[in-house]
Design a protein around this ligand. Sequence first.
Ligand code: MRU
Length: 363
Amino acid sequence: MKINGTAYRTIWLNEDGWSVEIIDQTRLPHEFVTARLTRMEDAAVAIRTMQVRGAPLIGATAAYGVCLALREDASDEAMDAAIDHLADQRPTAFNLRWALDEMRKAVRNLPREERVKAAYERAARLCDEDVETCRMIGVHGLQLIEEIAAKKGAGEAVNVLTHCNAGWLACVDWGTATSPIYQAHNKGIDVHVWVDETRPRNQGASLTAYELGAHGVPHTIIVDNAGGHLMQQGAVDMVIVGTDRVTAAGDVANKIGTYLKALAAKDNDVPFFVALPHSTIDWSLEDGFDIPIEERSSDEVLTMPGRLPDGSVVRVEIAAPGSEADNPAFDVTPARLVSGLITERGICEASAEGLSKLYPDRD
Ligand code: MRU
């Protein structure tokens, strides 16, 4: 997608052919800054500190982290240690584990001297595949937006509500939840997005709004608690969110607050769709409550960054001094609250049957 007229992916190789460039998402929306990763630990830190975030992009960054690790030491022991270390950085996103498994499969049977080249090839392919997968999620999800648009009067926008950032910044390009929206907008369909601010880190207000704005998609930021009210007012035609892990039975882990949106959507007969690539499906789990939920620092709840009129970006305290805070980063939406899963292979029911029909060849 484009920023100021220049097409970007979220991760790419530097012109030196081996170091890795990322967009530093901790600096958005106030500054567009890229960062260069030269060691495996740089990739681990980028994932842990959320310079890169969003399940597919975490996976892509970890894949390049393995490449950087193998440059330093291509032994089995070093590779296993790097993979374990990268996997430990964030617990909920399944794409991280999937990407690391793919990297291990790509190099494990090769002699040491061939491993670095093979790893870079697999990481590059993994990124290209993610772009195509997300594009196809958009192709399928577009049908849903078109169906709603067809029922609306002239000049009436299709209103989509989304939570967190499941946009191109969370993937390599296109995004998952945003891909149908970008494709509808590109096709000339009048689409408007309600962007949940997504406390505590505000990925909606700072990232989703940033990327939709850069692409010219009409959108409005709302506080997280406004969604239910807007649904009651008939102002939301559908909800599309992303996910960090989907179980084989269709339960969905996503950014904290997603479950409440699903409940409100159910109560108001608003379709609630989840967009995901195959790499997000954890076929080993049935029950969503077995998904590990990341606990993050209470600082994210008690403080907030912002830009002052002089342009400087500072972090300020927003809570009663001395109060403690709890910060679970994800929640689980049971499959029964999900209208459908939008994947690169099509749309299916959020159920074991629905998923296995789309993925009869699953690994
Ligand atoms: O903590 P984050 O910002 O990594 O959480 C991101 C989300 O919850 C996204 O919705 C999810 O990763 C899907 S990304 C296409």
